[in-house]
Every structure is written in structure tokens, then in C-alpha cells.
Design a protein around this ligand. Structure first.
Ligand SMILES: Cc1ncc(COP(=O)(O)O)c(C=O)c1O
Length: 293
């Protein structure tokens, strides 16, 4: 009996199985999985697990035909090779391997990983006395201030936005609270003031946004950090996104409607230019580069 792995069509011992660090399962959690118990070498409720796997693939728009993959026979073969009386087949399918970017290339091919191990036994004491558990607040996907790699929601939203012809999307919570972009913070301009949503647990506390507040101080532009409603966003004079890679990015249309006059506004432009000068040590920032040599 031995632990067995399977990666993209090839069986190997568990300690030899490898996937790329560019795999989107590793980079984004852009992957799905199933765990199937097997008794006496036979997978239990295999059809139900495969139905759920198909549904998960479809939800992520990962184009993979499980029957072409002959997944049932791969699972049975893995169970046969590992040989445990009671075993656990773990299946993980990621969107595939590609240089890190929220939007995957069109020709990406899914990564298929399986492992076959002994089914871990539940302790007899737990069975006999039962478990002591606690209640917990429902926090799943609610701690967006953590820069975690589990970016599947962000990836799906960005893909949806791109498919609909938009550059990106801004998250709006139930009740209309504006949060942030899929990989950026959002700020708006109203009556000459910068306004951006509270840096609480619901958004990532962007370093670029922090830098924008420093630029605002430099430019004598007042700013407010407070709840922002989507109506306020849509009727803002100007809107821009901030992120390390896109820096200060003007937003001129949201949901097809122009923001302000539909052109890049004067405060956004100043902010964009000031940020570019600051990062490149130009103009008044010539001797004030923010990064070390
Ligand atoms: C969800 C989200 N919000 C905001 C940001 C902006 O953060 P920063 O300005 O530190 O790049 C990012 C950057 O990746 C992000 O992923």
C-alpha cells in the first residue's frame, strides 16, 4: 500500500508529484476539488461526486469534459494502485498554468491533480463521546482586508467584466455600499474633494490609495474616508481606481453611463501625474524617491 498521485495523465509516487508555481490553483485558488471515499477499493457515491465536480467546473467556466478524461477509470486505477482498504481520492482541477494575471489566456489548459491515500480514521473516543464545537460568525469571503491568494471571486468578476466588454468591475455590497475594484481601490471626486470608502475589513487597504492621500496632501486637495453609496459613485464628478500596477487609473464610464462629462477629470489628471512623478522621482520629487536604491 502506498500513497499515489496523478498529475495531468501521469501516475507517480506522492512525493514526486509537482505542479508549476504559475498554476492558477496556487496563484488564485482558481480551482475546484472533490474528495471521494472508497471502501474495499470502490468509490462511494461516485456519480454524485462527479455531478458536483461538473457543476463546479461549469460555475468556473473551465471547459473540461470529464468523460474524455476517462475520470472514472483514472479514479479506479488510482485506488487500485494505492491499495488501501479504506481510501480517499482527492481531485483538484485548476484553470491551468499561465503567467500571473487575473484574466487567463484563451488557450489555457486545465491542470488535473489527484491523490489517493488512506481514509483517515475518526478516533473512537470522538465517536463514543461526540464532539464539542463552537458557533462562529459567517466570515467566509468577508475579510477582504487580508491580501489572500484565494482570489477566485475576483477572478470570476474580472472575467465577467471583460466578457461584457468592460475593463473591470467595482464591488457594491447589498444596500449599495461601494467597496473596491477586483484588484484596485476606488476613489471619487465631488466638489473638489476626494472621497473613498472606509478602510475597514471589507476592502484591501491599498498602498497606492495611501500614497494618493499623501499626494492629495501635497496638492492641497482635501479628502474624506467614509461610506460611499453607489448613487454617489454614479453621480460623482470624477472616479478613479488605484493599484500598484495600474497606479491611478481614470474611470470615465460605469455601467455604460458617463462619469461627469465622460472625460478624465482635472483632479484625477493631477493625481495621475503627481503619482507618476513621485514613483519615478520626477519634477519636485526628483530628490525624494520613495523607494530605496
Ligand atoms: C482587491 C484589491 N484591492 C485593492 C488593491 C490595491 O492595492 P495596492 O494599491 O496596495 O496595490 C489590490 C491590489 O492588488 C487588490 O487586489
Amino acid at each position: 500500500m502506498q500513497e499515489v498521485a496523478y498529475v495531468n495523465g501521469v501516475f507517480c509516487p506522492m512525493d514526486q508529484a509537482k505542479v508549476s508555481i504559475n498554476d492558477r490553483g496556487f496563484q488564485y485558488g482558481d480551482s475546484i476539488y472533490e474528495v471521494i471515499a472508497a471502501y474495499a477499493g470502490r468509490p462511494f457515491q461516485l456519480e454524485a461526486h462527479l455531478d458536483r465536480l461538473r457543476a463546479s467546473l461549469e460555475a468556473l467556466s473551465i471547459p473540461l469534459d470529464l468523460s474524455t478524461l476517462k475520470i472514472e477509470s483514472v479514479i479506479r486505477e488510482g485506488l487500485r494502485r494505492c491499495g488501501f482498504e479504506e481510501a480517499m481520492a482527492y481531485i483538484q482541477i485548476s484553470r491551468g498554468e499561465a503567467p500571473r494575471s487575473h484574466i487567463p489566456p484563451a488557450d489555457i489548459r486545465p491542470t488535473i491533480v489527484m491523490t489517493f491515500r488512506a481514509l483517515p480514521p475518526v478516533s473512537p473516543a470522538l465517536r463514543k463521546h461526540g464532539a464539542s464545537i463552537m458557533t462562529a460568525p459567517e466570515i467566509r469571503w468577508a475579510k477582504c482586508y487580508i491580501k489572500a491568494t484565494t482570489l477566485l471571486p475576483n477572478v470570476l468578476t474580472r472575467m465577467q467584466a471583460r466578457a461584457a466588454g468592460f475593463h473591470d468591475a467595482i464591488y457594491v455590497a447589498d444596500g449599495g455600499d461601494v467597496r473596491e475594484g477586483t484588484s484596485s481601490n476606488v476613489a471619487l471626486v465631488r466638489d473638489g474633494r476626494l472621497i473613498f470608502p472606509c478602510r475597514d475589513q471589507s476592502i484591501l487597504h491599498g498602498v497606492t490609495l495611501l500614497t494618493v492621500t499623501e499626494c492629495a496632501a501635497h496638492l492641497d486637495i482635501p479628502w474624506d474616508e467614509r461610506p460611499v453609496n453607489v448613487r454617489e459613485l454614479l453621480t460623482a464628478d470624477e472616479v478613479f481606481l488605484t493599484s500598484t500596477t495600474e497606479e491611478v487609473l481614470p474611470v470615465t464610464r460605469i455601467d455604460g453611463n458617463p462619469i461627469g462629462d465622460g472625460e478624465v477629470g482635472p483632479i484625477t489628471r493631477r493625481m495621475m501625474e503627481t503619482y507618476a512623478d513621485l514613483t519615478r522621482g520626477r519634477g519636485v520629487f526628483e530628490n525624494r524617491l520613495r523607494h530605496s536604491a
